[in-house]
Design a protein around this ligand. Structure first.
Ligand code: FAD
Ligand code: NAP
Length: 339
């Protein structure tokens, strides 16, 4: 087998923030078993490797001096249990959600319209509208770059947490996911406790929603609030919702009567990062004259209206982090992965 690379490939259309950097070598991986050879090429030349799915959760700050591997392996397999599915990492996430609904496999509907690939879903344990990826996760298979072997990881291996997993920490850039196995439900039970979703369904006169109603509602809410990366480049929420101690939350609530806060099971409190940004006046604000804005409908989303450079994105984010720290004593963590 011979693998063919594109040289000096622009990555502008491979990241949804549309940062125009290039990759020294670029490989579109359509078969998982090509992976060892592609990696050997990089190792022999002592080049770094960057894995890309849909590029909807990365900030590319400079030209990549090594090999970018775009995960494009496709395929969905049902096991004997029809709600147990193994999905190739390059499948589109939203495409999977719709496929599941059409094939009477339920559970993923609250995660409708999240951009990106199936293989990236475990990386930050994607979540939305009261549901998280890990709820359906059984196992995943991929290439361990340290042991140079295929490996299957189970749920306890993945250390899933709030928008986090082992793949953003110890295994960052060390494990390449090629397929994911999920267990869904054959019972069409809708999960719609999330306030915005509940309100939307009520307003639409849907009192006993089915999973398809939930999917359609989530799509409609998202389209009304979130900029479409194809029209206005962005990587979704730029900061994670911060989690702070209950005492600190109490002090903040005394100062800011309308503080948006949610107690979480471990006794701490989750704040809405978007609320903090809005209070601090960042909603709709541009950074210098770089064409970078915090979106005017969703303050947590940074949008690139021009030809911003990756480093300007980081400078903007750092300025906001400092401001939020100074005003509220709260530290904001960047959600997308920086390269
Ligand atoms: P990429 O951006 O390509 O990669 C992200 C990271 O994962 C990188 O570090 C990359 O190296 C690594 N990676 C990707 N694929 C693999 C693989 N196969 N093996 C190993 N490592 C890999 N996220 C949410 O959680 N909830 C939301 O509701 C949500 N809404 C969004 C809305 C918008 C408009 C946008 C633009 C983004 C949103 N996101 C959301 C963020 C993003 O869509 C998800 O994190 C998504 O899972 C990223 O997928 P991707 O394929 O684009 O990953
Ligand atoms: P929203 O409904 O305006 O709510 C703001 C924040 O409050 C959300 O981040 C959410 O946290 C939190 N929240 C609201 N109700 C909650 C409840 N009952 N219990 C606990 N937390 C609650 O949020 P939005 O910005 O429009 O986003 C809607 C959903 O899509 C959220 O789940 C959000 O995470 C997800 N989303 C994620 C991204 C991304 O890039 N990561 C982008 C767009 C939307 P959670 O974020 O923990 O849910």
């Amino acid at each position: 087998m011979t693998v063919n690379f594109a040289a000096d490939q622009s990555l502008k259309s491979y990241n949804t923030l549309a940062i125009n950097v290039s990759a020294r070598y670029f490989y579109n991986l359509t078969e998982a078993d090509q992976l060892p050879e592609v990696l050997t090429f990089a190792e022999e030349k002592n080049l770094p490797v960057l894995i890309l799915g849909g590029g909807s959760n990365v900030v590319l700050t400079k030209d990549f001096p090594g090999v970018v591997i775009k995960i494009a392996v496709r395929g969905i397999t049902h096991h004997d249990d029809k709600t147990l599915l193994t999905i190739a990492a390059g499948e589109n996430w939203h495409g999977l959600v719709i496929y599941c609904l059409q094939n009477n496999c339920y559970g993923l509907e609250n995660l409708s319209l999240i951009p990106g690939t199936v293989g990236a879903a475990p990386i930050q344990n994607i979540g939305a509208y009261g549901v998280e990826f890990e709820q359906f996760f059984v196992s995943l298979t991929g290439w361990d770059r340290e042991t140079k072997q295929w490996r299957t990881l189970k749920k306890t291996d993945c250390q899933f947490d709030y928008r986090d997993s082992i793949f953003k920490n110890q295994l960052k850039d060390k494990f390449i996911i090629t397929e994911v196995t999920l267990k869904l439900s054959d019972q069409p039970k809708a999960v719609c406790d999330y306030p915005a979703l509940k309100d939307y369904l009520l307003t639409s006169g849907i009192s006993e929603p089915l999973p398809m109603d939930v999917s359609e509602a989530v799509i409609a809410i998202r389209q009304s609030k979130l900029p479409d990366p194809n029209q206005l480049p962005n990587v979704g929420s730029f900061f994670k919702n911060p989690v702070i101690d209950a005492e600190q939350a109490e002090l903040l609530a005394e100062k800011y009567r309308n503080l948006v806060q949610f107690p979480i099971p471990n006794g701490q409190v989750k704040l809405a990062a978007g609320w903090l940004l809005e209070q601090a006046g960042w909603k709709g604000k541009e950074y210098k004259n770089e064409g970078l804005f915090m979106h005017d409908r969703q303050s947590l989303v940074m949008v690139n209206k021009g030809v911003a450079e990756g480093m300007a994105v980081i400078d903007f984010a750092t300025t906001i982090q400092q401001d939020i720290q100074d005003r509220f004593g709260v530290s904001l963590e960047i959600e997308p992965v920086i390269y």
